[in-house]
Design a protein. Sequence first.
Length: 320
Amino acid sequence: MAGLLRQRAALHPGVMRADLFLRALPSRWPRRAAILLSLAVGLALSGCAAVLNAATSGDGYGVVSDIPYGSGERGRYDLYIPATVTETTPLVVFLYGGSWDSGDKETYLFVGQSLASAGIIVAIPDYRLYPEVRFPGFVEDAAEATARAIATVRGGAYGMPGGAHPVFLMGHSAGAEIAGLLATNGDWLAREGTAIETLAGFIGLAGPYDFLPLTEDRYKQIFPQETRSASQPVNFVDGDEPPMLLIAGEDDTTVDPQNTRSLAAKMRAQGGEATEIIYPGVDHIGAITSFATALPMNDETIRDRTLLFIRERSHQETAR
């Protein structure tokens, strides 16, 4: 494809301008209510996630914060634990986006709650960002965090029973690129003592998977020339990948939905299993804010489809 970006959206991950916030609201909402909520977003540092998190319920799950997996302040993850956990409760490791240079796990409380309230264990790690690191530094962190979370949950901790918990990788935007690499290039997890076969599935939301050549100097700095081809998940598909659910919005002007189509096509060509869904009327941020349960935004069926994928694949894993 011709490149990663249709246009650069200078937004902090999870942060939405008032106009994007209005577009994300369901059409059934009265315009006046939408405007009032838009103003509320502005007062909350223009943070859509801040509004969502403030409205998010704390019932039905617990959170263990700042579990170390690596060195430094960013080598930590939060673990969302449903009220009821069995030996086969699935684990989702969620990697957030932010153009590889911004983001933090606290912003995505609403994602942790969304999945945990549906009976899924969720690990949300921080990882090092540019300019502290360039590619593949953030992928190395994600692999380490994923391996540590799997070992913690399957080994039994924080009141959870150990067992063969099915494991899913999930990411949004830049986080989908990182998670996509872990799901296609088995070397990353292997270095942490975890096989790619451990994964029951990969859920990619508005991800860049096939975004060369680069045109912006900033991205050329993040992805050095000598390692650039290794940053493309599509380059590693060979048929041994876990099943994939790949979601993008037709109105995404940040990451071209063609990335989603390209990865899905490569998976099928190699005999893998991939389902891509391009949602009309959904933009880049809408692919993740659709998971909010307290303030429904965008197409709520994105969350429904994701939960169905996790449940179906979990059942298949535990039935083996």
